[in-house]
Design a protein around this ligand. Structure first.
Ligand SMILES: Cc1cc2nc3c(=O)[nH]c(=O)nc-3n(C[C@H](O)[C@H](O)[C@H](O)COP(=O)(O)OP(=O)(O)OC[C@H]3O[C@@H](n4cnc5c(N)ncnc54)[C@H](O)[C@@H]3O)c2cc1C
Length: 412
């Protein structure tokens, strides 16, 4: 909480985006110096800051909206932060250092933090604007899906990646009949190799989900509302609800319009500063050394670095690290990290135990682990991740490596 001293004319920090990256950065700044700025936060969503990752368990009925709140409105009051929730910023005037929100409210800044996240990519097929066609990004989407599940039967999820499978699982748990449509021949093809993807598909089929792989959506059929999805081969499946989980695009229109240097996202340096030294950016809206981001682990690192620079303790530099992926579907254990494809100069260690439903593949290069895909038994995932991060030479534990940390510790 703010202390009473140092109240006279502090510099103003304005944050655009009341999501995970923006507020984590404010928290990191507060740890270092809670009194440095007068902070104003603008959020497009009419809520406090919540844990977006946990929208999946909310959809599945395993958590409530209250459970996933990170910073309630009271939190902002207690920390002396002014929150304008439900009032998106529409313009940044860099010359006069003012932001203007949709309500017409204007606030002057000394430092500006842009944390506008991503926008879901809606495949622009005919019918994509029909009621019943949704994305899976925010509380509003989850409320709309829950409402659809109460009143309708057939759901189609377009996109068989992490988000699509979590949406499909949630909708099925809400009683809908769900088909997942995916363009390639394997689920989660960004994170899993074929054998792991097949095990995953089988486990999800056993739970009642249906799949259409190698399928290209041609049209969402319907007049007043979606009623079916039609594919390029002419076939159709019924759909009262269509959830598009076909990727996201960094939300950068505001930054672009303000003349900030952008490519696929807002370009930042190792301190998360944009080309305008008064403006920082963090999260899914940034591009750092050609990379963009879609998981929270790198975003927490960015927040730590950016918070330190905003606090004037600017010795830190953001360094990209690989981040593991886990699927949040109860009863399905999978873990994927690093380069799971391999290639020239790399080798594979593979363990398959079909009866136990266990599959493990480690990719090695120069006696170092560079990637891991684990299905069914994931307890050693963090250990493999550590070996990757530390670039550990595994020569002495190679024989036991696949059997995990406990056995390898004995062998070493
Ligand atoms: C359902 C779901 C499950 C996920 N599961 C995982 C997971 O298991 N593991 C993982 O690592 N990641 C997961 N993610 C991804 C993770 O949630 C994101 O990487 C993270 O939220 C990105 O943080 P961000 O602050 O950049 O964007 P966001 O959290 O999206 O925050 C951006 C905020 O800015 C607001 N905004 C946009 N424009 C404006 C404007 N002009 N004015 C004011 N406000 C604006 C938006 O409304 C939004 O509230 C998941 C995402 C979803 C949707």
């Amino acid at each position: 909480m703010k202390s009473p001293e140092r109240v006279e004319s502090k510099p103003a920090l304005v944050v655009i985006g009341n999501g995970m990256a923006g507020m984590r950065t404010v928290e990191e700044l507060h740890k270092l110096d809670p009194d440095m700025y007068d902070i104003t936060v603008f959020g497009a969503e009419p809520h406090g800051n919540y844990n977006r990752i946990l929208l999946s368990p909310v959809l599945a009925g395993e958590k409530t909206m209250d459970d996933i709140m990170l910073n309630t409105r009271e939190w902002y009051v207690q920390h002396g932060i002014t929150l304008h929730a439900g009032d998106p910023v529409e313009h940044i005037d860099r010359r006069n250092r003012i932001v203007r929100a949709r309500s017409g409210l204007e606030v002057r800044y000394d430092r500006l933090l842009i944390a506008t996240g991503s926008k879901p990519f809606i495949i622009p097929v005919p019918g994509h604007q029909l009621p019943g066609v949704l994305a899976f990004r925010d509380i509003q989407d989850v409320e709309s899906m829950l409402e659809a599940a109460r009143n309708h039967k057939h759901a189609v999820v377009i996109g068989g990646g992490l988000l699509g499978l979590e949406a499909a699982n949630g909708l099925q748990r809400q009683g809908m009949s769900v088909t997942v449509v995916h363009v390639t021949d394997a689920l989660m093809n960004q994170q899993l190799d074929k054998p792991a993807a097949q095990l995953l598909q089988k486990a999800l089929e056993d739970k009642g989900l249906k799949f259409r792989l190698n399928a290209q959506t041609a049209e969402i059929v319907g007049t007043d509302r979606a009623t079916a999805v039609r594919f390029k081969d002419g076939s159709e499946i019924p759909a009262d609800l269509v959830v598009m989980t076909a990727g996201v695009r960094p939300n950068i229109e505001l930054a672009k319009a303000a003349g900030l240097h952008c490519d696929r996202a807002i370009i930042v340096d190792d301190t998360l500063q944009t080309y305008d030294p008064r403006i920082y950016a963090v999260g899914e809206c940034v591009q750092h050394r050609s990379a963009t981001f879609g998981l929270v682990a790198p975003i927490w690192d960015q927040a730590r670095v950016c918070g330190a620079h905003l606090a004037g303790a600017g010795v830190r530099r953001y360094v990209q690290q690989t981040s593991p992926t886990r699927l949040k579907v109860t009863g399905v254990d999978l873990y994927s990290v690093g380069d799971f494809v391999g290639g020239e100069g790399s080798e594979d260690l593979v363990l398959r135990d079909a009866r136990r439903g266990v599959y493990k593949r480690l990719v090695l290069k120069n006696n170092r682990v560079t990637g891991a895909v684990l299905y069914g038994d994931v307890k050693d995932g963090p250990w493999y991740f550590g070996l990757i991060q530390n670039n550990t030479d595994i020569t002495s534990i190679r024989q036991t490596l696949l059997f995990g940390e406990a056995l390898s510790a004995r062998a070493a």
